[in-house]
Design a protein around this ligand. Structure first.
Ligand code: PBG
Length: 327
């Protein structure tokens, strides 16, 4: 013992005390499930680098969102995988496009039982795979991309989305989309800004999931992993532009940024536990190298502890089931 024999932190770690002494908790309402829907799919298509995850058909999407609502999740985040793509990503703005159709389907099933969120970005819809449109020299054109985001936002809001997830990382995207929505009577549609989205290698499996055509990288618009302060700056700018929620992404390698953003934020702060984080744990667990359930729970709890009010995670549904059992 040290010189303070009466100081015994272990008193709070007994089986009786541990639960009441816990500083952070996970609840199903704090979890958001990302889902992929593939145009023309007649049944779910497995994603090999994300074991357990699939590209949904329209009907399997309806089934899983009903389960998500029953499990009490906070929401779902929808991504579309279109069968054709073009230079400007016009499928993103087409009311009959795969993502807009999926939004309508999901709202039809769940109503207001969970938040229906849609990814607002062009990368799944452009033939070059960038998150914006290109200028005549092949560079991502910020302001031309904003014009497309405005149109995409209207299509998603018209389809019934409750919240739009702005993940393209163009400057001024929150203000531009807010203006477009308000001008069209969609003042009630919320905006989630991927405020601090880093140019990360952890998106690898997602690129398979959406059949990305990208050659090169996104380093001219996503943040440099070397930068911590810049994440806070991006979040502050997005809130000033009207973001209702800000997000840090990926989660696990950016917990310092998450903690900084959460410490200074007046709006909810979410984090996205991305595809590569999912794949790493699944691969290690499949080899018997880590305890799958405990590792998943610890990873999401750690993200909450760092300051996330809610977490986007591919394990949302499974985790919600465990939380119910643990009670
Ligand atoms: C872009 C987008 C990406 C992810 C979500 N939205 C990929 C990217 O920026 O390349 C990644 C999510 C994940 O890896 O799970 N629309």
């Amino acid at each position: 013992m040290t010189g303070f024999p009466h100081v015994r932190p272990r008193r709070l770690r007994t089986p009786a005390m541990r639960r009441v002494a816990a500083e952070h908790h996970l609840a199903p309402s704090q979890l958001v499930l990302p889902l992929f829907v593939r145009e023309g799919a007649t049944e779910p298509v497995p994603i090999s680098s994300m074991p357990g995850q699939v590209q949904h058909s329209r009907s399997s999407l309806r089934e899983i969102v009903a389960r998500a609502a029953d499990a009490g999740l906070g929401g779902v985040m929808l991504f579309g995988v279109p069968s054709t793509r073009d230079a400007t990503g016009s499928g993103a703005c087409d009311p009959a496009g795969v993502l807009n159709q999926a939004i309508g389907d999901v709202v039809d099933v769940v109503g207001d039982r969970l938040a229906v969120m849609a990814d607002l970005c062009l990368d799944e819809f452009t033939d070059h795979g960038h998150c914006g449109v290109l200028d005549d020299r092949g560079r991502v054109d910020n302001d031309a991309s904003l014009a497309q985001y405005r149109a995409m936002a209207l299509a998603q809001a018209d389809a019934g989305a409750h919240l739009l997830g702005l993940s393209g990382m163009m400057d001024g995207q929150v203000a531009a989309v807010r203006d477009a929505l308000d001008g069209a009577g969609h003042q009630g549609v919320a905006l989630l800004a991927y405020a601090a989205k880093y140019a990360s290698a952890f998106y690898g499996p997602f690129r398979e999931a959406v059949e990305s055509t990208l050659v090169g990288d996104r380093r001219t618009y996503q943040l440099d992993p070397a930068n911590r302060r810049e994440g806070v700056r991006e979040a502050r700018l997005d809130v000033a532009e009207g973001a209702d929620v800000v997000m840090v992404k990926p989660a696990m390698s950016y917990l310092d940024v998450l903690s900084d953003v959460a410490a200074g934020s007046e709006v909810p702060v979410w984090a996205y536990q991305v595809s590569g984080e999912y794949a790493m744990v699944e691969a290690a667990a499949a080899n018997g190298w880590v305890d799958r359930r405990r590792t998943i729970q610890e990873s999401v709890l750690g993200i909450r502890r760092a300051g996330a009010d809610a977490v986007l995670t591919y394990w949302a549904l499974e985790l919600a089931g465990w939380l119910r059992e643990d009670y």
